[in-house]
Ligand binder design. Structure first.
Ligand code: ADP
Ligand code: MG
Length: 218
């Protein structure tokens, strides 16, 4: 069964085709890297898969049921999109990490927060830190944690290690691979050729709004 199936999807803005008839089938255990030049449509493709922008034509199926037949909130819980430029809000790190619990009306699971902070090479001393004092790489990791406090079925990652150093990039890659091995489907846009082969079983090449190649990585 395909967990996600993109069928002949177009995305147009005014009369400009940004995504031009993309079709992809994704299996539950896939860990896929998406590569292509800047402006080729990678982020737009993931936003369509995350149901954040409307498809112009074509359709996307999650577990073989068309997106239009889902409650958008249900899709949002199952399919998570982690954006390229992290946006933190409130005053401190805690404000950001309690948020996923608050919107679900659930008690804050501080053990889960601390577990993920340590997993991504941070620690609980960060919780009270003013977000204005964080480095780009720290902000990026806090945003990743905020996305992963509740583990989705499908994880869409948009160049999430762009502002991380080598050590932290590897830490994040290892954690994402661990999630994939525990059953999370991963699609990850990456700029780095080295990264695009690191933890993935497939690599999709995008050019000018089209898929030009799908490569199995052994
Ligand atoms: N809402 C929009 N309005 C106009 N142009 C857009 C819009 N969204 C994306 N684009 C254009 O579509 C192209 C693909 O963008 P994007 O998906 O962000 O590319 P990538 O992530 O591969 O760098 C770019 O040329 C971008 O400027
Ligand atoms: Mg992009």
């Amino acid at each position: 069964m395909n967990i996600l199936s993109v069928k002949d999807v177009y995305y147009k803005v005014d009369k400009l085709d940004i995504i031009k008839g993309i079709s992809i089938d994704i299996k539950k255990d896939d860990c896929i890297s998406i590569v292509g030049q800047s402006g080729s449509g990678k982020s737009t493709l993931l936003k369509l898969c995350a149901d954040l922008i409307p498809i112009t034509s074509g359709s996307i199926y999650y577990k073989e049921k068309c997106y239009t037949n889902y409650n958008p909130i249900e899709l949002r819980k199952s399919i998570s999109y982690c954006i390229q430029t992290p946006i933190l809000f409130g005053n401190n790190v805690y404000d950001n990490l309690e948020f996923p619990f608050k919107i679900r009306n659930e008690k804050v699971d501080i053990n889960r927060i601390n577990y993920l902070l340590e997993k991504l090479n941070l620690d609980k001393s960060y919780l009270q830190k003013d977000i204005k004092t964080l480095s780009g790489g720290e902000k990026q990791r806090i945003a990743i944690i905020r996305n992963l406090l509740y583990i989705p079925e499908i994880l869409l990652l948009d160049e999430i290690t762009a502002s991380l150093d080598k050590e932290n990039t590897i830490i994040v890659e290892n954690y994402i691979k661990e999630l994939n091995e525990s059953g999370v489907t991963v699609l990850w846009i990456t700029h780095s050729d080295e990264q695009s082969k690191s933890i993935f079983n497939k690599r999709i090449f995008i050019s000018q709004g089209e898929v030009i190649k799908v490569e199995e990585i052994i």
